[in-house]
Design a protein around this ligand. Structure first.
Ligand code: NAD
Length: 439
């Protein structure tokens, strides 16, 4: 099939390279000329394990090209994906301006009938709105083209995005148009060849809501465990033992029960907020989901406050922060807990030296310049003369550090482990102060 993917960010690029990998002919389109320039040279503008190899291989087989010219790219396509951002607007609702701009451009330039597949995460009813934009644009130029709109939210996880896309747990697609359903079956057949029932075809509103429901449920588990962790600290229980005991119940399961510094990233915070907005637009107060969000905001601040509670004052304290990306395996820093934590530390008068294997450049742009914030070339460089080490993102390279060397580098050996990665008893035996979450 000939497929256009509009937006070459974390989702659009992965979608494009994976569709090309199974033999489709894909063109990636972006308004960001710098990204397209890099992609044409075989350079991925994002950090995502495995993406550059796929990019090079498929570009080499001429199945994958990139352009800024949407009109030319969609001329003879069977399907066009909309995979642009849907960031939160001022009021928390999803900002749909990019989705609508792409829909307008498709309506203006489509020359043949094609599926318009909305891959961006969009509130219920957005596909109806996209359809209305297309119909209006086609009408303006007297065109009778048929452009069925499909909802097809994406569930990949940054850091394992290629694997998630190539071997999906499920593909959700919403359309009641039988022709569109058949095209979707053909396009996705290579990804569900072992079990075609993993392609769930449903109506558009259900498909749109499935994505928000899934993200809100995962965010709920995190906020729930974070609250339990705070209670553990008060009553002298251990959240990791509680987690294991709870997770042994198959109705609960073991995954996504880790306490930490609060969830971040480009999806959970904005999708939870947008779902609350969808509820209030319908006159429904989604009390549980609303509480998930406020518990998360509180968690980031509570965790950041641990240092001040320990030291009394942070004036003049030097703090090393390991991990800035919102999770390991990505350079994405959107809504990362590290940002809130570092802002609190700086606000309390600390001097911060941060390290991350992939995300320092993005983080610098996100947080902006601060005289008291610097970045270290290596994890150990960050520790020189500091009063505390704060682990925020559990990259592999931080998992088994050389504690002897660390103790030699630090001014005072205090470790704040916000991902419960280290053996606290051992550290205390070796003369460290150690604090974690809920243990
Ligand atoms: P992103 O910001 O990384 O990428 C969006 C891209 O769209 C950018 O490259 C931007 O330049 C481009 N763009 C914007 N307007 C355009 C236009 N008019 N024409 C062409 N290109 C345009 O965003 P992302 O993280 O890939 O997210 C995209 C969507 O997928 C969002 O709705 C997000 O919620 C959803 N999603 C993201 C993830 C994730 O892990 N990042 C996972 C599942 C779903």
């Amino acid at each position: 099939m000939r497929i256009a993917v509009v937006g070459t960010g974390y989702v659009g690029l992965v979608t494009g390279v994976c569709l090309a990998e199974v033999g489709h002919y894909v063109v990636g389109i972006d308004t960001n000329a710098d990204k397209i320039h890099k992609l044409k040279a075989g350079i991925a503008p994002i950090y995502e394990p495995g993406i550059e190899a796929l990019l090079k291989r498929n570009a080499g087989h001429e199945r994958l090209t990139f352009t800024t010219d949407l009109a030319a790219a969609i001329r003879d396509c069977d399907c066009v994906f909309i995979a642009v951002g849907t960031p939160p607007g001022e009021d928390g609702a999803a900002d749909l301006q990019y989705v609508k701009a792409v829909a307008t451009a498709i309506g203006q330039h489509a020359q043949t009938s094609m599926l318009v597949i909305v891959k961006s995460t969009v509130p219920v009813g957005t596909c109806d709105a996209v359809e209305a934009v297309l119909v209006a644009e086609l009408k303006k130029r007297g065109s009778t083209l048929h452009l069925p709109v499909v909802s097809n939210p994406e569930f990949l996880k940054e850091g394992t995005a290629i694997d998630d896309f190539m071997k999906p747990d499920r593909i959700i697609a919403g359309t009641e148009d039988e022709g569109a359903r058949e095209k979707l079956r053909q396009m996705y057949q290579p990804f569900v060849v072992d079990d075609p029932s993993r392609l769930y075809l449903m109506d558009r509103h259900s498909s749109e809501l499935t994505k928000y429901g899934a993200n809100a449920m995962l965010a709920t588990r995190i906020s729930f465990m974070n609250e339990l962790a705070r209670l553990c600290e008060k009553v002298g229980a251990n959240i990791d033992q509680v987690r294991l005991g709870m997770g042994a119940d198959p109705r609960i399961g073991r995954k996504f029960l880790y306490a930490g510094p609060g969830y971040g990233g480009s999806c959970f915070p904005k999708d939870v907020a947008a779902l609350v907005k969808t509820g209030s637009a319908q006159g429904l107060e989604l009390a549980v989901i609303n509480a998930v969000e406020s518990a998360n905001v509180a968690q980031k601040l509570w965790v950041a406050g641990k240092l001040k509670r320990h030291f009394g004052s942070l004036k003049g304290k030097r703090i090393a922060v390991w991990g800035l990306a919102f999770k390991p395996g990505t350079d994405d820093v959107r809504e990362a807990p590290a940002k809130t934590i570092i802002e609190v530390l700086l606000g309390d008068g600390a001097v911060v030296c941060a390290h991350d294997p992939e995300a320092m450049l993005n983080f610098g742009v996100e947080i902006g310049p601060f005289a008291a914030l610097s970045y270290a070339k290596s994890a150990y460089d960050a520790l020189e003369g500091v009063d505390a080490l704060v682990l925020v993102t559990e990259w592999s390279e931080y998992k088994r550090p050389n504690w002897k060397k660390i103790k030699g580098l630090m001014r005072t050996p205090a470790v704040f482990d916000f991902r419960n990665q280290y053996d606290g008893e051992q550290l205390v035996k070796n003369g460290f102060f150690y604090e974690c979450i809920g243990r």
